[in-house]
Ligand binder design. Sequence first.
Ligand code: ADP
Ligand code: MG
Length: 237
Amino acid sequence: MAVQLRNVRKAFGTVQVIHDVSMDIASGEFAVFVGPSGCGKSTLLRMIAGLEDTSSGKVSIEDVDVTETEPAKRGVAMVFQSYALYPHLSVYENMAFSLRLRHAPKQEIEEKVREAAGILRLEEQLHKKPSQLSGGQRQRVAIGRAIVRQPKVFLFDEPLSNLDAELRVQMRLELARLHKQIGATMIYVTHDQVEAMTLADKIFVLKDGVVQQTGRPLDLYRNPDNRFVAGFIGSPA
Ligand code: ADP
Ligand code: MG
């Protein structure tokens, strides 16, 4: 399995926000965590990334227990909704940044950045600063920063929620194409049912820190296990 959670729980102080979550995400799968705001999607993703400790339970990546492993050594790359680009650096340098930190050879950096720019159609933007880009292009640079690291798993936390409706649809298609092209395991968090239905191989529906149902989009739509799933993504029960 690419990513496996076993009986993961998380409390902030005395408040339990994730309750006994177990999940399996296969290699190459596009998994989507969907649920209303506050249900624990980001917390789950951050525990997979190692940005947040688990209160109990186990996280494995490619069958290695990483529960105690620091984020940089987990082989994951996270893309945030806020882009988190460096404003003073060019697009090229934004994408090269993590490779420079690792002291990668100059030629390797150049190859990886150009390859990612090609995949994301950013070849013409490499010399620009983030402020000179459109919202969609900035989001692509944020994705490019993840691609150059060649992670085992891509983690996306509502990456499209800052974009307008038309651009969201366009970026959704881009993400589907990206997944097909590079075939990596991707975990995508959203509160948007349409995004979940169109992008996912496998959906995890969350409510109040509990996985309500897991399955392929059409199966959940046709056979929701409970009223919440039916109301949230299924056909009217
Ligand atoms: P989602 O991403 O689905 O909107 P989150 O994972 O951000 O939900 O949050 C789940 C719950 O945990 C919410 O009730 C939120 O207020 C709480 N929470 C998240 N992070 C913290 C934190 N650092 N400290 C305290 N409570 C938090
Ligand atoms: Mg969130």
